[in-house]
Design a protein around this ligand. Structure first.
Ligand code: GLC
Length: 750
């Protein structure tokens, strides 16, 4: 008998069995949930909907009492394993129904081992790496008993003034979605019930990153088309991939605060996307609806939040205080609370907390093992973007006898190199650039001066020592940027320059006329084109995390060749914001031909003589650096770009092939990017959209044929009602090393 049908039939049986098992498991869990729910009092149901603040900031007795009475479903910001065990024991052994607690924490880019801040990790364009970092974070956090992570943050942001651009994966929906799914796999593992799996949280739903003026918590006014095509896709992908929870944004979206927005959480998330996890508010975001002027008081805020589909309240007590009264007044139905509680219990059952509420204290990771640190170093190496390298100044071979100056406030700071959202980062593990440069190049060859006490300082009294050190060397490395506290939540800036007197210090160093390398450590693009123009080489290192030093030393010495690419467009000035690569064409697109620099405009020019196109007279229209940009120590050539066909139907795929050649002298990795443009559609479409990327490593002189597959369905878009459609018509397509490429080939979607 032919083996193939036999194999196929057994595979089919296995798949069917797996599906049946999964369905049975689901049904069993649902039965347990329903059974438990039927025993719960109203107070216990409302308790499950209450996420209490960290006990340190509260009276611990009050927390214990609340847990014992079943009035707390979860705690946040508790990471002491003994206290976690203590509170869990009260919940499991002393409360009436023994429902275990969730312990939530913000583990954005690592727990004890800190990985590059996510905007930096995004520059790696490496989903596997992203997943690995999330997996390590989950191992370290679950070992102490944390079982819920308020991550990944997947807010698309096109405004570097916004401090929280740091936490996301940049401006592009495709890249953000790809990396978010990888982080989810890392956090939640193969199964949520595994002891080292973290329940993850998609945040902040939705469009929180579209804050007007880049000012955190500010109003967001976003069209439905933009919501569906730009801001929603990462959340939709996470919902469909089984992320355990969602979190509301602080923002008022089109006049309705997210925490009271039933369009977001009822219509879109729970109905259209059929989501069965639970929604937690952001910190006090429910009662902030009073401040928004959307709720009259706590009670009204609680009513609006429950009706909007917010299942759990973080940090405040509007639910605890008012839900019972709202029910008694008939303003809420108990079925609404039952739905919320079932969602919360479902996550607790999936986590296996009823079977295994306690972690094995012998498994606590007190000090991360070397492989965690090595991954942090690899992640940092793959996130650092080489923006400039005049005359191939870099790499600087580790055997060099040249004297090196390491100058600047970010050169030797174990804490500041970690970036924002590092509650649990262990600074004892940090290795700074100074330490690593001394290791790499030999102590005798390194001269150090901080120059400024911190990145905001305007005290130039230490400049002379820095200049004196720099006078004695052959090459200067200036480590500048923003301290951790200048990025992240509530830390927006109107200017995007180097804070404090860093620019002045740079100029003093520049005046010495020696080779000058600028290393920027921050978590947002800075509009420092004038400084970059004067530097000989520039490495944008972001906040690289624990292993900043060894990673930079490897990049600078050429032990690792830089491969990273910008996940966000760099503006020339804050006045250019918003500036992003996948903008619309407009009816009057700018062009180099039409742009006359303001200082060259002839006096009394006739009004229409300047070319009526969409540009700025003072800075033109090009960004400082485009999305996807990044240099290598080598160089790459894209040739023979071809399409498998020039026409495809809506059920087809298109193959884009090209030859990539390493035309330089170093083995190196290129992040090849695939962009498309929909030339004519029922709504205006972006001038180009990233639809694929590949990391390709080639030896010097080596060529390889690379293929991208593009499914017709990938060419679609959402209409204002959230209906996804692909429309027949002409498309342009192109591949290259950044988003500034021309899309040279055309095909027809029939
Ligand atoms: C913060 C943040 C949110 C975080 C939460 C708990 O205000 O907006 O991202 O998860 O509070 O720390």
């Amino acid at each position: 008998m032919n083996k193939i049908p036999q194999v196929l039939s057994s595979l089919l049986i296995v798949c069917l069995f797996q599906q049946l098992t999964a369905q049975q498991q689901f049904n069993n869990t649902e039965m347990k949930i329903d059974s438990l729910l039927s025993e719960m009092t109203l107070a216990e149901k409302i308790g499950q909907m209450t996420l209490c603040q960290s006990p340190e900031s509260q009276n611990a007795d009050a927390i214990e009492t609340a847990i014992r009475l079943g009035e707390a479903g979860a705690l946040l910001n508790e990471t002491n394993p003994d206290r976690i065990r203590h509170y869990q024991q009260i919940a499991v052994n002393e409360s009436r129904l023994g429902i275990p607690l969730l312990f939530g924490r913000d583990i954005i880019h690592g727990f004890k081992t800190v990985f590059p801040i996510n905007i930096g990790l995004a520059a790696s364009f490496n989903p596997t790496l992203a997943e690995e970092t999330a997996r390590i974070a989950a191992l370290e956090a679950t070992s102490v008993g944390v079982n819920w992570n308020f991550a990944p943050m997947v807010d698309i942001s096109r405004d570097p003034r916004w401090g929280r651009m740091a936490e996301g994966f940049g401006e592009d929906t495709y890249l953000t979605t790809t990396l978010a799914l990888s982080m989810l796999k890392g956090f939640q593992g193969e199964s949520l019930s595994s002891p080292n799996s973290l329940a993850a949280c998609a945040k902040h739903f939705a469009a929180y990153g579209a804050a007007e003026g880049g000012r955190d918590y500010n109003t967001t006014d976003v069209s439905e088309v933009e919501l569906w095509n730009t801001y929603f896709p990462p959340f939709k992908a996470l919902a469909e991939a089984g992320i355990a929870t969602f979190m509301t944004g602080f923002n008022d979206l089109n006049g309705i605060p997210a925490s009271g927005n039933s369009f977001l959480f009822q219509e879109v998330l729970k109905e259209k996307w059929n989501y069965n996890g639970f929604v937690v508010s952001d910190w006090a975001s429910i009662t902030e609806m009073i401040t928004h002027g959307f709720a009259a008081d706590d009670k009204d805020a609680a009513l609006k939040a429950v009706n909007a589909g917010v299942d759990m309240e973080m940090a405040t007590k509007a639910y605890a205080k008012h839900l019972k009264e709202l029910l008694n007044q008939g303003k809420l139905d108990e079925s609404q609370l039952d739905d919320a509680v079932k969602r919360i219990l479902r996550v607790k059952f999936k986590l296996g907390l009823f079977e295994r509420p306690f972690v094995d204290s012998s498994q606590i990771i007190q000090t991360p093992p070397q492989q965690h640190l090595l991954l942090a170093q690899k992640a940092a190496e793959q996130s650092m973007v080489l923006l400039k390298n005049k005359g191939q100044l870099l790499p600087l071979d580790s055997t060099t006898k040249r004297q090196i100056a390491v100058i600047g406030p970010m050169a030797n700071d174990r804490y500041e190199q970690l970036g924002t959202w590092i509650f649990d980062g262990d600074t004892n593990l940090s290795i700074t650039p100074l330490t690593a440069f001394r290791e790499k190049y030999g102590n005798a060859n390194i001269r150090y001066a901080k120059g400024l006490s911190n990145t905001r300082s305007n005290d130039t009294s230490a400049f002379s020592r820095a200049i004196n050190q720099a006078k004695k060397v052959d090459i200067i490395f200036f480590f500048a940027g923003e301290e951790s506290i200048l990025t992240g939540e509530a830390h927006s800036r109107a200017f995007l320059d180097l804070p404090g007197a860093q620019s002045q210090l740079f100029q003093k160093l520049r005046q010495l006329g020696k080779p000058l390398v600028l290393v920027v450590m921050t978590s947002r693009p800075l509009a420092i084109g004038d400084i970059i123009d004067q530097a000989d080489a520039v490495i944008y290192a972001w906040h690289p995390g624990t292993m900043a030093g060894p990673a930079l030393a490897n990049i600078v010495s050429g032990a690792v060749v830089p491969s990273a690419k910008l996940p966000v467009t760099f503006p020339k000035t804050a006045g250019q914001i918003p500036v992003y690569y996948n903008h619309k064409m407009t009816g009057r697109p700018p062009s180099a031909e039409s742009f006359i620099p303001m200082e060259e405009i002839p006096a009394r020019s006739f009004q229409t003589s300047l070319g009526n196109t969409s540009h700025y007279m003072d800075i033109g229209f090009e960004p400082l650096f485009p999305f996807g940009y990044g240099l290598s120590y080598s160089s790459f050539e894209y040739k023979n770009i071809q399409l498998s066909v020039t026409e495809i139907s809506k059920s087809d795929s298109l193959e884009i092939s090209f030859t990539l050649r390493n035309t330089g002298d170093y083995a190196a990795t290129e992040i090849a990017q695939l962009y498309v443009r929909d030339l004519v559609a029922s709504i205006t479409r972006p001038v180009k959209e990233l639809k694929g990327f590949q990391r390709i490593t080639l030896n010097p002189g080596e060529s390889r044929e690379i293929i991208f597959m593009l499914k017709a369905n990938d060419l679609g878009f959402y209409d204002k009602d959230g209906n996804y459609q692909t429309e027949a018509g002409k498309f342009l397509v192109g591949v290259g090393g950044n988003s500034a490429i021309n899309l040279s080939l055309q095909f027809l979607l029939k």
